[in-house]
Design a binder for this molecule. Structure first.
Ligand SMILES: [Zn+2]
Length: 289
């Protein structure tokens, strides 16, 4: 799933290509992806794109007072096309195309939103105000917002009785961090994903804040200037523990382990993060009882 750094890079990529251009057609192919009907998607046609921004993991394309807001979810992606075929896209169960946006002008360029797999989560909204999108309205502070200070972060953790892993990827606590970067941030901070947020000392809060900003800024820098098609591979390359079960930790050489957490799994390094002790898989131990 694309997270803050990838969506940030995508928004920069689109900003260069869309700003000042007129939208010619917006064609939803997978009707389930379109979550709003008023205003209709056709209301975007003929409008000039003003700004493209990121809100958490959402992309926001603004065109003369309307917003096309996109959440790529788990398997969604955006493909830029320099020459879109003239015939309209046809829906089919095997066609991963969810929506096509074509710009005015001779080059027939634009983008396709695609979604692989059977679990459909890609969501598109056409709204007058981004806050009309429930997922956007719920977003917590953005960790890369210069106004998000260490004091803000400390206040956010202070009363939270949940485990760090759960807090970091909760979009209403913090916008933009998901399963992959929460693993990376905790590894960089040398902290157990099971540690309770409210139990952190002042020094630990500062260390986690540094790791959060540092990890995300580094990933944004790596992704910057990359074409939309190259972002997924770059994300994978840059990850140190996430998705690397069984591989050596790049910091200490210990074997990276995996444990289930909520609806997915997390990866961590025992030496760097949990004093050398493997975390108990709570789901597995419950089964063994
Ligand atoms: Zn390690």
């Amino acid at each position: 799933m694309p997270e803050l750094p990838e969506v940030e890079a995508l928004s920069a990529f689109l900003s260069e290509r869309l700003t000042g251009r007129v939208i010619a057609r917006v064609q939803p192919v997978a009707i389930s992806a379109l979550k709003t009907y008023d205003p209709p998607v056709t209301a975007l046609e003929g409008r000039t794109v003003g700004r493209v921004t990121r809100r958490g993991k959402f992309l926001d394309i603004e065109a003369e007072g309307l917003h096309l807001v996109v959440h790529l979810a788990r398997a969604g992606w955006l493909r830029w096309k320099d020459g879109l075929p003239a015939e309209p896209p046809r829906p089919s169960p095997r066609n991963p195309l969810a929506l096509r946006l074509r710009l005015e002008g001779g080059a027939a360029d634009g983008f396709d939103l695609t979604e692989a797999g059977s679990k459909k989560g890609l969501a598109v909204y056409v709204v007058r105000d981004p806050a009309e999108v429930p997922g956007v309205a719920r977003l917590g502070p953005d960790p890369l917002d210069p106004a998000f200070t260490l004091a803000d972060f400390a206040a956010l953790l202070r009363d939270d009785r949940r485990r760090l892993k759960g807090v970091l990827r909760d979009q209403s606590a913090l916008a933009g961090v998901g399963n992959a970067y929460s693993d990376e941030v905790l590894h960089a901070a040398r902290m157990s994903p099971y540690k309770l947020a409210a139990s952190l000392t002042e020094e630990e809060v500062a260390r986690l804040y540094e790791a959060l900003g540092g990890t995300l800024r580094e990933a944004v820098e790596r992704s910057h200037g990359l074409a939309a098609g190259e972002l997924k591979a770059e994300k994978k390359l840059g990850l140190r523990v996430h998705g690397r079960t069984g591989e050596p930790c790049p910091v200490c050489g210990d074997t990276i382990r995996e444990v289930s957490f909520a609806d997915s799994s997390l990866q961590y390094c025992p030496t760097c993060q949990t004093g050398g002790k493997p975390l108990a898989d709570r789901r597995l131990s419950r089964l063994l009882k």
